[in-house]
Design a protein around this ligand. Sequence first.
Ligand code: FES
Ligand code: FES
Length: 872
Amino acid sequence: MDHRENILKEEFAQGGSKMHNFILNGENIEFNRERNLLDYLRDEKKLTSVKNGCSEGACGACMVLIDGKAVRACLYTLSKVEGKSLLTLEGLSEFEKKVYSYAFSMVGAVQCGFCIPGMIISAKALIDVNKTPKEQDIRKAIKGNICRCTGYVKIIEGIKLSAQIISCGILPKAKVYHGNVGERLPRIEAEEKILGRAEYTDDMYIEGMLYGSALRTKYPRAKVISIDISKALKHSEAVAILTAEDIPGNRYIGHLVKDWPALIAVGEETRYIGDSVVLVAAKSKTALKEIFELIDVVYEELKPLTSPEQALRTEAPKIHSNGNILKNERVKRGDVDKAIKGSKYVVHNHFSTPFTEHAFLEPECAIALPEGDGITLYTGAQGVYDEQREISELLGLPKEKVRSISKYVGGGFGGKEDMSVQHHAALLAWYTQKPVKVTLSRKESIMIHPKRHAMEIDVTTACDEKGRLTAFRAMIIADTGAYASLGGPVLQRACTHAAGPYRCPNVDIEGIAVYTNNPPGGAFRGFGVTQSVFASECNLNLLAQKLGISPWEIRYINAVEPGQELPNGQIADEGTAIKETLLAVKEEYENSKYAGIGCTMKNSGLGVGVPDVGRCKLVVIDERVHIRTSAACIGQGLGTIIAQLVCQTTGLVPSQVLVDFPDTQLTPDSGTTTASRQTVFTGEAARVASEKLKNELMHKALIELEGQEFYGEYQGITDPIGSDKKNPVSHVAYGYATQVVVIDENGKLVKVIAAHDVGRAVNPINVEGQIEGGVVMGLGYALTEDYPLTNSIPTGKFGTLGLFRATEVPEIKPIIIEKNISELACGAKGIGEITAIPTAPAVQGAYYSLDGKFRTKLPLSDTFYNKSTLSK
Ligand code: FES
Ligand code: FES
C-alpha cells in the first residue's frame, strides 16, 4: 500500500458514514458516505469531464477547482471538501465555455482531447486571478497537467488567447471555412472534447453493468500449479470467475502471431508480469479487489529471462515452444565488406535504447454487452476490425456476431493495437450475458500493454574522401518481450530504415527479435526506426568529423534526390524533399553555437508486399454526407483530414459532412491506424468516393441523393522484402524530415527546428500539432524517459516515467515542406510517426557539440535533464 492509499484509508475511516456538505457547480450537495472525490464526481454525479488518467496525482486529467484553486480530484476525499465550493468544467459559465471552445479550437490545441478539460480547469484558475498571463505564467499553471499529444505549444497559445478574450469580454466572430485542402480548419470534434462532452469508453455507463478485471500473475515467469476459486465464488458480489478452461474458442490470440493466451492455464508457464490468470466480473468496482484476495493460485516460481542476451544462450529455457527467436530480418544490397575495405573513413559504434511507455492519457477501457446471439463492444483502440477478428476467435463465434464500435480514443501512439481489455470484457459479457466494463488502472496499463522495444544496435558507416557514403552495416537485437505483438514488423522497419534517407549502394542490416520475460515490445510511434535511426544518425556525425565537414554537410552530400535509389533500392519519387528540409534548417543550425541535427524518412503504409487497403463510404442522410470508415482517429485528427479531402473533391462545405465513428457494422474495413497510413490510404479511398459523389452532384442536388452510397477503395501495391526486382517499391510513399536541436551552454534546450516534407499539408494546423507533439515525445526519449525493469518487473509509475511537462518544453519551430504533386490523397504523406524520430539523435549531437562526449545510450546521461530535475 502506498502513501496515498494510507492517507485515503485514514480519511475513509474518519469520514465513514458522516454527512458531507459542499457546493458542486453551484448546487448544495449532501452525501452520506465517504468517497474518493474523483470516483464520486464520475460515478455518482456523472461529471465525466473530470477524467481519470492515473488515480495517483500525476497526470492532472482530474483537475477541478476547489474554492478557486486547481487541485487533483483523485487525491481528495469528500471529507476534505467539507464546506467548500467545487467547480468542474460542466459548471463554467456559458461565456467561458464559448471562449475556451473558440480559443482552443482556433489554435489547434486539441488532439486526443483527454487532457483538455483538466487543462482548462488549470487555465481558469490562472485567468481568474491574472487576466494577462505571460507565457511563463501559463506554463507554470499547467505544470501539473500532462499532455502526451500536443507538446503543449498550442495549449499554451489557446490559454493565452482565452485570457485575451476573457479580459476584453467580447467573443470574436466565428470564421467561415470551406474545408479545402490547405485550410487551417479547426478540428471537427474540437468543441466536444474541449467541453468534456466527448464520450470516451470509461465515460459510458450502462444500467446493470458489471465491472471486470483480471488477476495477474505474481511472477514474470512461473508455472501455474493450481487455481482455487471456490472461496471467491462465495463473495456476494462475484458474478463470474473464469479461468482458461472457460474460454470457448482459441485461447491464444495475437495481432499477427497467435502466441498470447487470454488466460494462463494450470500447468502452463507465465511469460511476463502482465499475464492474466483469472477473470472476475463483479457487481461493483470495489468488490473486485476483495474477490481477488479470495482466489488461491499456487505458482512454482522460475527465474525470468531478463534480456535477449540471456534468452539467446543455448541453455536458456524456451519461452515459447518454437524457441526464443521471434524473427530474423536481413536487408542486403551490394557488397559491404568490399566497400568498407575500399573506404577512406569508417566509424563503428554500439548503441543502446530503452523500452518506452506510450503514456497515452486515457488508460485502456472496453465495455462489452450481449446483443442477440453475439457481442457488441465499445472501445477506444486503433482498429475495430482487429478487435472483431481476435474476439470472434477467442469466443469461437463467426466474425459477424462480434460488433466493435469505437468511442473517442484518448491517445494510442501504437500502444492500443493489441488486445488489452477488449477480449476480457467480451469473454465476461459472453458468460454473464450482462454488460461488463473492464478498465485498466494506470499501474496495470504501464505493466501490460506492449512498449517501444529496447534495442542493442551495432553500426558501421563508411564513406569516401568526399564524404559520399559507401557502406552501411548494422546488427540490431530487439527485446520483443513475452509476446510477438508487432515485434516482427517493428524489427523489419528498424532494419529497412536504418541506413536513412541517403544514397548508399552497399548495405547489410541484420536484425533479430528475441523473446524474453519482459513486457512485450510492440508498435510505438516510429515503429523501430526511432531506435535504429538514433544509432545511424549519431554515427554519421563522427564520419563528418573525420572528414572535417559539418554534420549538416555530410547529410546534404548524401541526401537522396528524386530519381535516385534509396538504400533499399526503391527509386525516390518526384515528391522527395529531404534536401529541402535540410536547406530549411541550415541557417539556424549553422548559426547556433551548440546544436545537433537529425534526418530520417518514414514510410506511409504497411508496404513490403503486405496487403494494405483503405476503404471509405459516403452516405447521404438528411442532406448531409456521412463519412464512414473504420479508420481510427487516435488523436491525430483523421476525421478532419478526411472531411477536408471530401470537401476539396466535392465542393461541399464542412457543415455538410459528418464523420461517423468506426463501427464494424456500418463502416468499411480500412485497416489499423498504424504505419502513418491513414491519411494516405483512407484519405485516397475518401477521395475516390468523393469523385463519384462529385459526378452526381454535377447534375443533382444533395437532397436528391438521399440514401445513396458512394464507395472508394485504395490498395497500395508494393514489393516484398527480398524481391528480385532491381528497384522494388517497398512503400507507396515516404515522408522526410530534418530536425535541429539547439541547447545553451548549460545544456538546456533552447529551440527545436523541425522541417518536415509532408507532401501536401491537408490541414497545416494539424501538421504543426503533430510535429510539436512528436518533437516533445522525441525530447523525452532522448533525455528523460525510461521504463526501468527489475527482474522483468516494471518499477515506474506515471509520475516517474520522465514525461516532459509544459515548463520544460523549449521553443519549437515547425517548418512544413510541400512539394508532392502526386494525386494520391491530394499529395499528402503520413506525418504521425516521423515527427518523433530525428529528435533523439539531434539532441545527442547538440550535447556532443557542447561537451565532446559521444553518448551512445538513451536516455542520454550526464545532461541538464535527468530524473532529479524532472517530475518534481
Ligand atoms: S487522475 Fe488525478 S492526477 Fe491523474
Ligand atoms: S490532447 Fe493532450 S493528451 Fe491528448
